[in-house]
Design a binder for this molecule. Structure first.
Ligand SMILES: [Zn+2]
Length: 230
């Protein structure tokens, strides 16, 4: 890649990163630093520097912080992120265009058969509200068993931009930072652009990935960053 091509590529990368609205700031910092180190850093051809070590320096971070940043991007389903079920009884009022809203006496969750996402239902004890609840309660029973693996709704952004052995990085990050060794990669894939689009959400756009590196989990110093097709 010529310097001119690297410059154009860096601009595309930065603009695509800023476009991604669901990007947490830590992940954005890491991606921008990786892009800088890979494409623009005056020291990028220094054979003594690995991309990862140089990125850590650029971010003024220690190893622990770097693993934290990876942890924040672990692809996962986080039910707290989307469940904005209202407080109070969710049975609609007949005339007023609003929900009942009284304190709930009956609460349960239901799993969406298409997305595997769960939502919370709550109802008060009034007969009319209980009547409204009955078919929903029926539908919810066993819905967790029938539902597919939930479509991930968090993380998975680093692999959108860089090819790397992310699975082993995520696994190690979960062990080191969260002491959590049971994380498994989503069946839908590690990268957010591979996940099925959930109705009502915007699809994640693909981006031609930069090869960050590596064999067997070790960071190599490539002669120059290599473009890989999206
Ligand atoms: Zn009610």
């Amino acid at each position: 890649m010529t310097d001119r091509e690297a410059l154009v590529r860096y601009d595309q990368l930065a603009s695509r990163i800023y476009e991604e609205r669901r990007m947490p700031s830590g992940t954005r910092d890491l991606l921008l630093a990786l892009g800088w180190v890979t494409l623009r850093d005056p020291r990028r051809h220094d054979p003594a520097l690995t991309i990862w070590a140089r990125t850590r320096d650029v971010l003024n971070a220690d190893n622990k912080r770097m693993w934290q940043l990876i942890t924040e991007d672990v692809p996962r389903y986080d039910s707290d992120l989307h469940d904005d079920s209202p407080m109070g009884c969710q049975a609609p009022m007949i005339r007023a265009k609003r929900l009942c809203g009284r304190s709930t006496m009956h609460g349960f969750s239901e799993c969406d058969p298409a997305t595997g996402w769960s939502r919370h239902w709550g109802f008060c004890n009034r007969p009319r509200c209980r009547e409204y609840m009955a078919p929903i309660w029926e539908r919810s029973r066993g819905s967790h068993k029938r539902a597919p693996e939930p479509i991930p709704n968090a993380g998975g952004l680093l692999p959108l931009f860089f090819s790397w052995n992310w699975e082993s990085k995520y696994r190690k990050a979960m062990e080191l930072i969260k002491y959590h060794s049971s994380w498994e990669p989503p069946g839908y894939g590690l990268s957010a652009d591979e996940w099925p689009t959930v109705p009502g959400t915007e699809p994640v756009k693909a981006f031609p990935k930069l090869r960050l590196v590596a064999s067997d989990g070790e960071i190599l110093t490539p002669p120059a960053p290599r473009l890989t097709p999206a």
